[in-house]
Design a protein around this ligand. Sequence first.
Ligand code: PLP
Length: 398
Amino acid sequence: MVSEQQHRHKSGFETRAIHAGYEPDAMTGSVIPPIYATSTYKQDGVGGLRGGYEYSRSGNPTRTALEGNIAALEEGERGFAFASGLAAEDTLIRSVCRPGDHVVIPDDAYGGTYRLFDKVERAWGIVHSPAPVSDIDAVRAAIRPGETKVVWVETPTNPLLNIGDIEALAALAHDAGALLVVDNTFASPYLQQPLTLGADAVVHSTTKYCGGHSDVVGGALVVRDLDLAERVGYHQNAIGAVAGPFDAWLTLRGLKTLGVRMDRHCDNAERVVDYLLDHEAVEQVIYPGLESHPGHAVASRQMKRYGGMVSFRVVGGVDQALAVCEQTEVFTLGESLGGVESLIEHPGRMTHASVAGTDLEVPADLIRLSVGIETVDDLIADLDQALGRSLSAVARRG
Ligand SMILES: *Cc1c(COP(=O)(O)O)cnc(C)c1O
């Protein structure tokens, strides 16, 4: 039998994805962890816990399996599973910040992350400054010595796919006595492992690539050292925004195929990018795999491949962008990302509506694709008909 230690340090990514965090059940041999739909556990005498389980907010075996698995994938000390990505974020912030503390956040952060800092954490005295993650000098300038406790980055960012240099940002944060937190939702642990590059904590919306099938909302934290693990573990239990056993089971099932899914997402995204680059109705294609992308060199260093997210700007402005979003048939118009099915959305009116009118506003002619793992020729044919129809629709309206 392969020990947990071997899973973490010796086995390949896909082996860890399939095996880490769970050994076949001692009594039944069940290869897959059961969904432990229980709130409490029988004690063998007062305080005689079996396997440490006492109450399911504090611990549940299905969640334990997921937490061990994602920790192994991110090569961290410990993993924690939450009811959503934002619940994970809030728990981390409250574990490491106190009123009066300051956080640097991406100037194109995920809209919900921005809203959490701007509307919720700020009211509790935790202030933030936005800075572009791709500009190390701007991040340095945004740090307030003595007050900044966290440098929070996404890379690639959402939806502009900017790239931050994790190693350089970790050094910068640590010089200032701050932690580097990386939201690794877009890359997934298959493409990038921030803890191995010096980050202190990784955040996931497991709703996205980790779950991978658009059937569960969840979040995770993985931390690099034991001290932070203890603080986060305490707050996870004290705040209580934990993943339920069925959600944990679905997420764990998704993680087993993360590697093969991500490779196909990347293959398809690369083909879609090539197609868009040649289209007359497309103004700009944003993808870190393109040599013309300003973050390409850094992305090549720290990512295995460039992911399944593609953003592009269309000729003709917002009307044209909305028309394209409304005319695809294989790409489903919807928020979220990272599932097996392709999605299209208009960030300005959908995922990023909450940052309209702020410094974080995104271009109105921007479209974001989450390129799924369908037959790529069908994806390209769908974009082709939508771009063609939208061109004539806008021409008619004009
Ligand atoms: C979706 C998302 C989140 C929030 O996660 P939820 O599971 O929706 O709470 C955070 N960061 C990024 C980059 C996301 O895409």
